[in-house]
Design a protein around this ligand. Structure first.
Ligand code: DAH
Length: 344
């Protein structure tokens, strides 16, 4: 065949292709066996050296071999691509049935927990939550609550004054004054909770910032019996059944005013370091002072109100068995975890 061995060219191509295991290697084989200097292309160019009577048959066999080369190259390229995809899938494979790496679950802060409990109890009694500012006009914190200028609670010692003659509210009772000044329709039952601030020397049971929660109910015909029953319900819902003691107190914004003590759970009311003679004071309360009712546009002969305030921080400390209040405000995960598990 005059130096043109199509079968040998095809065999050389196939041997090279069998070695090619990547798209790049296949490309190299393609260039070597279909390019201008490939054996088959050279053979075509050399057709003139073939005797005329054989040329047609030789040309046909070269062309057939070229087609064969093209189709084998395509098939090999597809095979290599499929193998690469297969290998990638194999490498990326993951077992979706394996349990995931679990993120440790957080828990609510004891204060948040207690606030939520308080809100839930108040909601049962029909109280609606409201909010008030922590930086307050002294009018709502003091004057509107019948705490005039000369009252000891207004002493600079007890109150943080800030710019523009504003104060950091010293109690959530300021929210009562704010809400009543809007002359709400009766019956009016709201609950408010949040931070309060006092310029206190910090010790085991006193902080310069702590949490309170406050309720107020104004309606025709409310009596001291409503106050007692409401407080008894709330205290039982929050602390469980226990002995309560009402004692006379003085608050400028209520008349009469009472303090409510709970028999100490740690010592069975005999007296210990966590209580005072067997009793723990948990809240202040009273019938809203007629002066306030008049000031906010209600007739005290017709309308009366009950109000009460609890220290949420102290309550949380009690229910988590903490003898100090300060750790409640320290971002200490170990402590918070132990509180969460009730192991403090
Ligand atoms: N404001 C009082 C305090 O901070 C608590 C209090 C007492 C709230 C009597 C009241 C109330 O609403 O009627 O100690």
């Amino acid at each position: 065949m005059n130096g043109i061995d199509v079968a040998a060219a095809l065999a050389a191509f196939r041997a090279a292709l069998a070695e090619a295991d990547s798209p790049e290697a296949i490309e190299r084989v393609r260039r070597a066996h279909t390019g201008k200097k490939s054996p088959l292309k050279l053979a075509l160019r050399n057709l003139r050296s073939v005797p005329p009577e054989d040329r047609r048959a030789v040309a046909q066999s070269i062309n057939a071999a070229q087609s064969q080369v093209e189709s084998e190259l395509s098939a090999a390229a597809a095979r290599v691509l499929a193998a690469a995809r297969e290998a990638r899938l194999e490498a990326d494979w993951m077992d979706l049935t394996l349990p995931g790496a679990s993120t440790p679950r957080g828990s609510r802060h004891p204060l948040t927990e207690v606030e939520r409990q308080c809100l839930a109890v108040m909601r049962q009694l029909g109280f609606v939550p409201v909010e008030g500012p922590e930086v307050e006009n002294p009018y709502f914190n003091f004057d509107a609550l019948n705490i005039p200028e000369h009252h000891p609670a207004r002493d600079l010692q007890d109150t943080f004054w800030v710019d523009n003659n504003l104060v950091l509210r010293t109690h959530t009772t300021s929210v009562q004054a704010r809400e009543l000044s809007k002359h709400p329709a009766l019956p009016f039952k709201v609950v408010s909770m949040g931070r309060v601030y006092r310029n206190e020397a910090v010790d085991a049971t006193h902080l310069a910032m702590f949490h309170q929660f406050e309720g107020i109910w104004v309606e025709k015909g409310l009596t001291f019996a409503h106050l007692k029953a409401t407080l008894a319900f709330i205290v039982e819902a929050l602390y469980g059944p226990g002995k309560l003691r009402f004692k006379p107190k003085y608050y400028p914004y209520t008349e009469p005013s009472v303090g409510v003590d709970l028999a100490c759970a740690s010592c069975d009311a005999t007296g210990c370091s966590a209580c005072s003679g067997g009793w723990v004071t948990i809240l202040g309360a009273g019938m809203i002072h007629p002066k306030l009712l008049i000031q906010f546009g209600y007739d005290p002969d017709e309308v009366s109100g009950i109000a009460f305030g609890l220290g949420t921080t102290r309550m949380a400390a009690q229910s988590y068995g903490m003898s100090q209040l300060r750790p409640m405000y320290v971002p200490n995960l170990t402590l918070l975890h132990s509180l969460y598990r009730g192991q403090s």
